[in-house]
Structures are given as structure tokens and as C-alpha cells.
Design a protein around this ligand. Structure first.
Ligand code: FAD
Length: 480
């Protein structure tokens, strides 16, 4: 039928969030356009998940080939392993181009209009698109902001893109610095530490907070530190602030005590990777002129249904999702939020259950988790007056892991011993990022450990690591 609007939905930003929302919207019958100023696919496809996993794939193969002991145990010997840096880099860029092409074609095939240019909100149902100095206006019943994020660089750190860089440049793998300092021990820093050490670089990791991997469960962080850092001769500087980094040959890194800000140490390294977090790309989006305030770091305020908030009240036609709102800065979280927002445009009241969204670091071995860490579970238990319990299950007791010669790892399950409710699951070990999905499904469907314990797992598989944990948790439930 005829409409007052050019589109039912206009999306600003063609990252994973915007792309997922567009596909869902057309599937539900909405006439949809997507605006992108740079490469289709956004951070994840071009500068994030995809190229990093391609580099990690090379790192993983290399580690297997370098582990002469493990190979010998399988009856295999390898004479000489050679790596060609540019071959590794080309493979990653080839994968990026393929996935970007697939994603663009899927939008075109389903009839999503792709509009190149810089999008700006003129009013909650009107967007301007600027391309090559020309501005066009489109109207839409709904406008969705999915503009994503960019690397945050702390003050005092000079980025030249050659010797001091963020993940944006590191993923191009332009050269292999003999010694690289990685600032930040979050999952991005950890994944690059894995890539660089596999490729023969020496890595020093700097963390400003008083413990490494501050977002992971403490037990997992401790084991990860032993396996992924100490085991690879990665030196760590904890509680140390990289307060000044000067690019050049050498790169000069000035480390101060985080608390006192007193200069403690100066490193002269070949390169530095700054992985200290990300900020939302929400400037110059027209929000100020609409009176929409952003928080201190620039995140767009939304309600649980993803309507943008203006002075606390929801704007019914303006929505925001993904890294731009910062609730959980992961590709699959952005996509889930996008689908929920689209359904809410059609009158639903969908929210996203973040407790059931898994996360992973694709190191070797991988780390994954879903739900609460033990300290978070303890806090919640104290507030809401319920007991918590934990069980651990080790990969070294798993037949498949033993057969594969890759049995380093741990699964930790946090649950309520009174009801069997699953509160959090944390895994370090081979294929942890895939294994966590069972726990995510269980949390999403409120399946208690006593039910999980009855579900039969294929033997021999790594899934039996969680199976064992669920069975032990079930046996330990407090009898009424
Ligand atoms: P983005 O992907 O950032 O897309 C936003 C898009 O909007 C961009 O293309 C941008 O050009 C465009 N844009 C912005 N403003 C405008 C404007 N005004 N007009 C037009 N276009 C505009 N997540 C995972 O889940 N798994 C991983 O393994 C993983 N690995 C990562 C590795 C690295 C090194 C990094 C940096 C990130 C990784 N992430 C990973 C995080 C993931 O990339 C992000 O959470 C995800 O890309 C967010 O999607 P988005 O759609 O919100 O934003």
C-alpha cells in the first residue's frame, strides 16, 4: 500500500547489528534501507571477529605443528615448519572480502536498499545521508542507530599505525615485531598475545588493574594466566599504567604504578598494541540537535526495548542497538538486540536476556563463559538470600580430550544448591567457545542442573566435560 514514509525502517550502520536487524525486518515484511559510510559488515567483519579468527586459525595450526611432543605421541613427526607472514595476512584479508561480499549480497537479494554515505538523524523519522558533498533526505516510520564503536586510546599514548597501533592495524599483520608490548589483558589483548607468540614474537602484557583478565571468573583467569601467559613466557606487568607510549624505533613505554601514578619502569620495545577498550561511534549523528544526551563515554541511552531515551522518556520511532549502546559489546549481542528492536517496532515488547548470552576468547585453548562469575553470584546470593555452590570438571578426565592429546582445561559450573538453577558456566579448554552453547541454552530456558544431568551426551566428546559437572551438581542438591 501507499505510505507516508520512504521506508518502514532506515538503519544507520551496516555492522553485524544493523545487518541482522535489516534481514529480520525484511523477513517480517518491512521496507528497509541501510546506510553505511565505510565497508559493509562493520567492525566484526572488517576489523574484528572475522580477521582475528582467521589469524588465530593460522596460530592454532602452527601451535599444533610446533608441539613436537604431542605430535610424537600421535606417531607423527614434522621436519620443518615455515610460516610466511604475508600468506597469513592475505588469508585473513581474503576471508574478510568473502564474508563482506556474502553479507552484502544477502541484503541485496532480500531487497534491502543499501545507501552509501554518512547518516544523521534530522528528526526521529527523518535521516540525512551525505555522500561526496551531496545530501539527501529519507523518511522512515522507524530509525535504528547501529553505528558501532572504535578503539579507545588512553591519553599519553601516541598512535602512528606502524609501531604503536590498535587492533585496526594489528589485524593487517604488516610486520612481525620481535618484541611487542600489549596494553590491556581483555579478550582482544589475549587473542593477539596468542597470535604473536605463535608467530615467534616476544610479548609483554600490561594491565592497569590489579589482576589480569579482570572480566573473567577469577579461577579461570588464574588458569588462563598459567596456560596462556606463563606457559608461553609472556611477561606480565599488573597494576601498571602505560601512561606514555612514544612511537618510533624503539617504541618507548613508560609504566607507572596505577594507584600512585609514580613512574616505575621504562620499556624499549619494537611495537605496542593498545587494546584498552572501545568507545561508541555516536558523534556527529545529529543526537545533540534532537536534545538526546549521551553518557560520559558517548553511549546512546536506551530503554530495555531499545527505544532511544530523551530526558528519560522513550522516543517511539527511534531505536539504538549494538556497540553504540554498550550493554554487551559483542557481535551476537548486537544481532540479538537488532532482532528484538525490529520486533518491538511491530508492537512486541521484547528484551534481551544478557545472563544467557555467552562470550568467548578464541585463544589456544579457548576461554568461554555465560552468566555470572563466582564473585557476582556470591553478591547476588547475599542480596537475595540464596546459597550458591560450584563444581569443577577437568578436561584431563575426558576421553576425547585425552585421545586428541589436548587435555588442558577446566569447566566450572556455578549453581544454586537449593533449586538447581544454573547461575554461570566458565570453560577454559579446547573448543570452549562451542561447548558453552549448551550452558547458554540451559540458562535461556531456565533448565536446572537436575534436568541437564539426565540429558545424554555422545561418547566420546568434549561435551562430556559439562555433562560430568551437571551430574555432580545434581547429586549435591540439598534434599528438601
Ligand atoms: P559495528 O560492527 O562497529 O558496525 C557499525 C557500522 O556503522 C560501521 O560499519 C560504521 O562504518 C557504520 N557507521 C557508523 N556511523 C555511521 C554513520 N553516521 N553513517 C553511516 N554509517 C555509520 N565480537 C564477537 O562477538 N566475537 C568475536 O570474536 C569478536 N572479536 C573481535 C575482535 C576484535 C579485534 C574487535 C575489535 C572486536 C571483536 N568483536 C567480537 C566485537 C564485535 O566486532 C562488535 O561487538 C560488533 O562489531 C558490534 O556490531 P555493531 O553492529 O554494533 O557495530
Amino acid at each position: 500500500g501507499t505510505s507516508l514514509f520512504d521506508y518502514d525502517l532506515v538503519i544507520i550502520g551496516a555492522g553485524v547489528g544493523g545487518h541482522g536487524a535489516a534481514l529480520h525486518a525484511v523477513a517480517l515484511g518491512m521496507k528497509t534501507a541501510i546506510i553505511e559510510s565505510a565497508d559493509m559488515g562493520g567492525t566484526c567483519v572488517n576489523r574484528g571477529c572475522i580477521p582475528s579468527k582467521a589469524l588465530l586459525a593460522a596460530a592454532g595450526r602452527l601451535r599444533q605443528l610446533q608441539d613436537k611432543e604431542a605430535l610424537k605421541a600421535l606417531g607423527i613427526s614434522v621436519e620443518q615448519v615455515q610460516v610466511d607472514r604475508s600468506g597469513v595476512a592475505d588469508h585473513a584479508q581474503g576471508i574478510v572480502a568473502k564474508i563482506r561480499g556474502d553479507l552484502t549480497r544477502s541484503l541485496e537479494r532480500l531487497g534491502v536498499a543499501i545507501l552509501q554515505g554518512w547518516g544523521k538523524v534530522v528528526d526521529p523519522q527523518k535521516v540525512s545521508i551525505t555522500q561526496g558533498g551531496k545530501e539527501t533526505l529519507v523518511t522512515a516510520r522507524h530509525v535504528l542507530l547501529a553505528t558501532g564503536s572504535y578503539p579507545w586510546v588512553p591519553p599519553g599514548i601516541g598512535i602512528d599505525g606502524q609501531t604503536v597501533f590498535t587492533s585496526d592495524d594489528a589485524l593487517k599483520l604488516a610486520w612481525l615485531p620481535p618484541w611487542i608490548a600489549i596494553v590491556g589483558s581483555g579478550y582482544i589483548g589475549l587473542e593477539f598475545a596468542d597470535i604473536y607468540t605463535a608467530l615467534g614474537c616476544e610479548v609483554t602484557m600490561i594491565e592497569a588493574l590489579d589482576r589480569l583478565m579482570p572480566t573473567f571468573d577469577p579461577d579461570i583467569a588464574r588458569l588462563a594466566q598459567r596456560v596462556l601467559l606463563v606457559g608461553r613466557d609472556i611477561e606480565t606487568k599488573v597494576g601498571m599504567l602505560a601512561q606514555k607510549i612514544t612511537p618510533g624505533k624503539p617504541v618507548v613505554v613508560e609504566l607507572a604504578d596505577t594507584q600512585t601514578k609514580e613512574l616505575k619502569e621504562v620499556l624499549e620495545v619494537d611495537a605496542a598494541l593498545v587494546a584498552t577498550g572501545r568507545l561508541p561511534a555516536t558523534a556527529n549523528l545529529g543526537l545533540e540537535s534532537l536534545g538526546i544526551g549521551r553518557d560520559r563515554r558517548g553511549f546512546i541511552p536506551v530503554n530495555p526495548q531499545f527505544n532511544v531515551l530523551k530526558e528519560g522518556s522513550a522516543i517511539s520511532s527511534l531505536w539504538a542497538i549494538g556497540d553504540a549502546i554498550g550493554t554487551m559489546m559483542l557481535a551476537h549481542a548486537a544481532a540479538a538486540q537488532g532482532r528484538a528492536a525490529v520486533e518491538n517496532m511491530l508492537g512486541q515488547g521484547k528484551t534481551v536476556n544478557y545472563r544467557a548470552i555467552p562470550a568467548a576468547a578464541f585463544t589456544h585453548p579457548e576461554i568461554s563463559f555465560v552468566g555470572l562469575t563466582e564473585p557476582q553470584a556470591q553478591d547476588l546470593g547475599q542480596k537475595q538470600q540464596f546459597p550458591i555452590a560450584t563444581v569443577r570438571s577437568y578436561f584431563k578426565g575426558n576421553s576425547k580430550a585425552i585421545a586428541e592429546g589436548d587435555a588442558e582445561g577446566l569447566a566450572k559450573v556455578i549453581y544454586r544448591p537449593d533449586t538447581g538453577e544454573l547461575l554461570g558456566v566458565h570453560i577454559l579448554g579446547a573448543h570452549a567457545a562451542d561447548l558453552i552453547q549448551e550452558a547458554a541454552t540451559a540458562i535461556a530456558t531456565h533448565t536446572p542442573v537436575q534436568t541437564l544431568a539426565e540429558i545424554v551426551h555422545t561418547h566420546p566428546t568434549l561435551t562430556e566435560v559439562l555433562d560430568e559437572a551437571f551430574k555432580r551438581a545434581s547429586l549435591s542438591l540439598t534434599k528438601p
